[in-house]
Design a protein around this ligand. Structure first.
Ligand code: DX5
Ligand code: ZN
Length: 217
């Protein structure tokens, strides 16, 4: 069976304390960190880029870092992100015309490949590329901001992927918390991103444990 992993998004954490916030999440049982990179073009917001990732990597050595690249021209940041110590480069299928060359470039740079789809993008946009990816990210909110409402209509995409690719890593991101994770788990997601549900919790360890329990049961 596929391993379930919980990857907190640090987007809504106190970013002036990025290292401490990240370490606290890892000490509370997070399996990996989901780092949201925004460029103000692909999405109407800005966050952090490879210089910040590199500093975080200098202090946190052995953790899987996923960069969720909500950017135009995702080709541009492959090498800088690899150099910064990113483990998996997840780009949006809507942001490029050359998906297969980009997948190849990411692998050649030594990273795993993730392909993300926005809520409005149908599964047909990625089905021809699944074999080139290590993971597919089904967005369950419109990318750009944390704390939005989970869109349950995305679950058929997860179900389709799980049915056709029993061993694929499938990630959900956006509005996932204790009330919505059951739907994700039942549909077949095994990589769970949660931002505000974990960050805002008084007891992060308890929330991460409950999320994990739900996906594994
Ligand atoms: C949204 C980001 C998400 C977001 C998740 O654009 O990709 O990773 O931070 O935050 P929540 O879990 O609060 O929706
Ligand atoms: Zn994200």
């Amino acid at each position: 069976p596929l391993k379930c992993k919980i990857g907190p998004s640090i987007l809504n954490a106190d970013l002036s304390n990025l290292y401490a916030e990240s370490q606290k999440l890892l000490d509370s049982g997070a399996d990996y960190l989901h780092l949201d990179v925004m460029d103000g073009h692909f999405v109407p917001n800005l966050t952090l880029g490879h210089p910040v990732v590199k500093c975080l990597r200098n202090r946190i050595r052995n953790t899987f870092f996923e960069a969720h690249m909500m950017v135009d021209e995702p080709e541009r940041w492959v090498e800088p992100m690899a150099d910064a110590g990113i483990s998996q480069y997840t780009f949006h299928v809507e942001a490029t015309k050359d998906v297969i060359p980009l997948c190849r470039k990411i692998k050649e740079a030594g990273m795993k490949v993730g392909i993300a789809l926005k809520p409005g993008t149908g599964i047909e946009a990625i089905r021809q590329y699944v074999d080139n990816a290590d993971m597919i990210l089904v967005m369950t909110v419109e990318p750009g901001f944390g704390g939005q409402k989970f869109i349950s209509d995305m679950m058929p995409k997860v179900q389709w992927l799980r049915y056709n690719y029993p061993l694929l890593d499938i990630e959900v991101d956006g509005g996932v918390g204790l009330n919505t994770i059951t739907a994700c788990a039942e549909a077949g997601a095994n990589m769970i991103v949660a931002g505000t549900a974990i960050i805002d919790a008084v007891d992060q360890r308890a929330v991460i444990a409950s999320l994990r329990e739900t996906v594994e049961s």
